[in-house]
Design a protein around this ligand. Sequence first.
Ligand code: FES
Length: 154
Amino acid sequence: MSRLDPPRVSRRSLLSLASMGSFFAAMGAAIAGILRLPNPAVLPGPARRFKLGSPDEFSVGSETVFAEQSLVLFRENEGFYAVSAICTHLGCTVTRSKDGFACPCHGSKFDNAGKVVAGPAPRPLPWLELARGADGQLIVNADNEVPEGTRYRV
Ligand code: FES
């Protein structure tokens, strides 16, 4: 054996090194997991409150699609209501059809009130909370649902 030959490592010391390496890798992963615990895995998104405009802008009997906000605002004699245009199946944006809403992704159909007419959507389209801001404009809070049939009177 010359001085240039690498030192021989016995099987025992190789297994010992491998087990020590595995132990420290597992401890490192466990410590990293423990340190992450105080941080929430899901962060709340931004509030989804949108100004829709002055109530006078919407005539009785009108329906207005707010594509960017994924909702449809209706005005009837009894008041306003807003229906979410996000399908309750997997979240595609529904479109208006002649007798309600239709989802282009998997074919769910909803009536004008958002009730499921054909699946696979498991729930009706949510009705969203309406209010008026200090400036008098209609505001929808897309994070809050209201019972179907709830009208907002101005
Ligand atoms: Fe609408 Fe599947 S996402 S039916």
